[in-house]
Design a binder for this molecule. Structure first.
Ligand SMILES: [Zn+2]
Length: 276
């Protein structure tokens, strides 16, 4: 049995799964790591019984690839500089792998989504924030702190993002930015001039990602992509307009309901395979 954990800003979800399916899960509010550690361990014991082989964790970034330390996560209290893998390994005595949330979701879609095994694979989440994960030859690109291309500088002036930048993609077109700029939920901004402008800027950002990573496919998920016609039509036509150097790769919607949890379970499976 493999366990996947998704550490979100408001909730932590712990799930058991196999072959891309979630077979059971537990969910509780995010507090400090010290308070949540026992909730996490209890949920793991309850879900897995005695057959647990490894644990995979999707965590907020930036996060160190080598030490799995979360560095100043946005809106999290009591999680800074926690070495998650080490902390959980000490209690469980099993392989524990931690990776950045957008990269883990990328792994979920790459392994089990409609566009599975298309390599190199670029995944973008457009939700409250904007995240990017990239897979080449089946392996996640991790760098020192995992890719954070949602914070790419695009010019213009939004509100100051949590990273300190007011002119990055996330500060201008993410869900929180649209909400902060209009006072409305992003779904109520759909179809307005501001939405059209946001999709245009986003397509420039995606164009830059394609030039940086050179993927064979771009899969986009997250809350802002739910109304597919309103999202994908302007984004794809924008990329076709701005991308000059490369042929435009296929741009497809994500297909899993919970790519982050499925990806975290897959991370655990890969950690176990590596051990045996
Ligand atoms: Zn930023």
């Amino acid at each position: 049995m493999y366990i996947g954990i998704d550490i979100g800003g408001t909730h932590i979800r712990v799930a058991k799964g196999k072959g891309g399916k979630i077979l059971g899960k537990s969910d509780f509010p995010t507090k400090t790591f010290r308070e949540n550690k026992k909730d996490i361990l209890q949920a793991i014991t309850k879900l897995s019984g005695k057959d647990l082989k490894a644990v995979g964790v999707s965590a907020p970034g930036p996060i160190g690839y080598k030490d799995s330390k979360i560095i100043e996560p946005n809106k999290f209290t009591g999680w800074t500089n926690i070495d998650l893998a080490k902390e959980l390994k000490e209690s469980l005595n099993l392989p524990v792998v931690v990776a950045h949330d957008a990269s883990v979701a990328a792994l979920g879609e790459y392994t089990y989504g409609e566009q599975k095994n298309r390599d190199p694979f670029l995944y973008i989440t457009v939700s409250t924030g904007i995240g990017v994960g990239f897979i080449q030859e089946g392996k996640l690109l991790h760098g020192l702190y995992y890719p954070h291309a949602g914070h790419t500088y695009v010019g213009g002036k939004g509100l100051e993002d949590w990273c300190g930048q007011e002119s990055d993609l996330e500060a201008i077109v993410s869900g929180w930015a649209l909400e902060a700029r209009t006072g409305k939920h992003p779904r109520d901004v759909e179809g307005t001039d501001m939405w059209t402008e946001a999709m245009d800027i986003l397509s420039k950002g995606i164009c830059n990602f394609i030039l940086s990573y050179s993927p064979s496919v771009v899969v986009i998920g997250g809350g802002m992509t739910k109304h597919r016609d309103i999202f994908f039509e302007p984004v794809i036509s924008g990329v076709k307009k701005y991308l000059k150097l490369f042929p435009v790769p296929p741009i497809s919607p994500a297909s899993l309901d919970e790519p982050g949890l499925v990806g975290a379970v897959e991370l655990a499976r890969q950690a176990h395979e590596k051990e045996i």
